[in-house]
Write a protein that binds this ligand. Structure first.
Ligand code: SF4
Ligand code: SF4
Length: 231
């Protein structure tokens, strides 16, 4: 698989499942056979993931990316041996960090849920191509990641304002909004990827969709029997 296809979700899923380390090996930079240069995307994404791991209390050295050609078997072996030595010195996931398995799972689940949102918010930076390798290391800061998580937005439909016009449900890209004719619409927070399309499409005269900070409690959805609008 091209490193450009390695998604952030693969990395956090691996750690959520207890992997002690994740190594990504890609083709040499500037030697991509395609115009896409997916290995640069991977490099950029890995640095974002490292900062998120650090923010979540996991040693970022448990994640590594290295580049080599298919003819450089010795180099590949050296990279792997070095990475294995590093992971052995850190010990099993959580030991070096002082975290229980359940805590790691819960922290990784928090990240996994926000991945679509993170990709939207960091889209510009994630697609940037920098001149020097060192610049990638400084591309994301821990303050920025803290802000990213603390200021993450959740969308909620105010049942007192929804007029069941159905526009938001039609536009939601992941079918996270349930509703129908004369039915107050409700967002399924587990399906929602926080793209903000519903917020932008709800007619201003209704203004039924609200933004809430993810760190704040989300009001419970209105009970089924109270969702019918009588006009
Ligand atoms: S924020 Fe996006 S994904 Fe979530 S409910 Fe609205 S349109 Fe659907
Ligand atoms: S667009 Fe606004 S008013 Fe229309 S169904 Fe969605 S939340 Fe309700």
């Amino acid at each position: 698989m091209c490193t450009g296809r390695v998604d952030m979700s693969f990395i956090f899923r691996a750690f959520a499942n207890g992997a002690d380390g994740v190594f990504i090996g890609g083709c040499r930079l500037n030697e991509c056979n395609y115009t896409t240069h997916g290995n640069y995307h991977a490099l950029n994404m890995v640095h974002l993931c490292k900062k998120i791991l650090e923010y979540k209390g996991i040693n970022p050295e448990r994640l590594r990316i290295e580049f080599m050609s298919s003819g450089e078997g010795i180099l590949f072996a050296e990279f792997i041996n070095d990475f294995v030595r590093k992971i052995k010195s850190l010990g099993p996931l959580g030991k070096n960090e002082g975290l229980e398995d359940t805590e790691i799972k819960s922290r990784m689940a928090e990240v996994q849920k926000l991945i679509p949102y993170i990709k939207i918010v960091k889209n510009e930076k994630l697609s940037s191509r920098l001149d020097k390798l060192e610049d990638y290391r400084n591309l994301y800061t821990i303050d920025e990641i803290e802000k990213l998580f603390k200021e993450a937005i959740v969308y909620y439909i105010d049942p007192t304002k929804c007029q069941a016009c159905m526009i938001c449900a039609r536009k939601c890209p992941v079918e996270a909004i349930s509703g129908g004719k004369n039915r107050i619409h409700v967002i399924d927070q587990d399906k929602c990827i926080r793209c903000g399309t519903c917020f932008a499409s709800c007619p201003p005269r209704f203004g039924a969709i609200k933004k809430i900070l993810a760190s704040e409690p989300i009001p419970a959805p209105i009970p089924e029997e109270q969702r019918t609008i009588t006009r």
